[in-house]
Design a protein around this ligand. Sequence first.
Ligand SMILES: CC(C)(COP(=O)(O)OP(=O)(O)OC[C@H]1O[C@@H](n2cnc3c(N)ncnc32)[C@H](O)[C@@H]1OP(=O)(O)O)[C@@H](O)C(=O)NCCC(=O)NCCS
Length: 222
Amino acid sequence: MAGYAMTAFDELLPRGTAIVEAELGACWETGLWPEEEPHIARAIDQRRREFTAGRNCARRALAVLRVAPAAIGVGPAGEPLFPPGVSGSITHTGQYCAAAAIASEDIASIGIDADTRRPLPGGAADVILRPEEQQTLTSAAPFAGKLVFCIKEAFYKAYFQRAARYLDFQDAHVTLMLSERRFEIRVVGEYAAAWSRERVFEGRYAMDDARIYAAVALMHRP
Ligand SMILES: CC(C)(COP(=O)(O)OP(=O)(O)OC[C@H]1O[C@@H](n2cnc3c(N)ncnc32)[C@H](O)[C@@H]1OP(=O)(O)O)[C@@H](O)C(=O)NCCC(=O)NCCS
């Protein structure tokens, strides 16, 4: 279920997900609710713009789901607070912004991430990729390092909303299924929440000329 038009995240998330991309223009300038203003009161202009676009997209996604409009608060770790019964996620990069939301008893949380289709900056691979990922992935596809970065951020957004705990980039291991534009991701290391150990999570990704898009939906149970 796309919002009003096809979006880059269509096909990446379960059926019934509302996905809305920001249009250029007023959507980036106005539309914050009073409860949302304090979160952005001292922000620089670009941060205010992306926060505003994200809230507008999230509210439009709620409308697609026929959920009453609501303020989208900010949790202690920066996570967006969607209304009860709704799981949602927001991403922005440059002049692009999108929000996704779903109301489903089967889905615990969702995460989306978009990033520019450019190589990782020098030195970042050692931070983002586990040693075995560096061996297998970096020659697998153009921009594979950036793709894994994008995947891990999308996964973290979904994981945090379920586990309420931080994960380092080294705490997750990604396997790419390039021909299907899918990936598997496992949480490794001592910080894994008990429910997430030994589990293989799945997600999907897409690319266009400008950006990489990754999305994950965590089910309550496999
Ligand atoms: C939080 C984080 C993932 C955001 O990603 P980003 O590429 O910097 O920025 P994006 O524009 O794609 O996403 C920003 C949005 O993420 C959401 N977000 C922020 N913290 C979040 C969290 N803890 N959980 C879920 N969503 C979160 C917010 O909606 C935010 O937008 P908003 O502040 O305007 O509402 C990133 O800054 C971060 O802290 N990463 C380190 C942790 C990590 O990714 N580990 C990987 C482990 S596998």
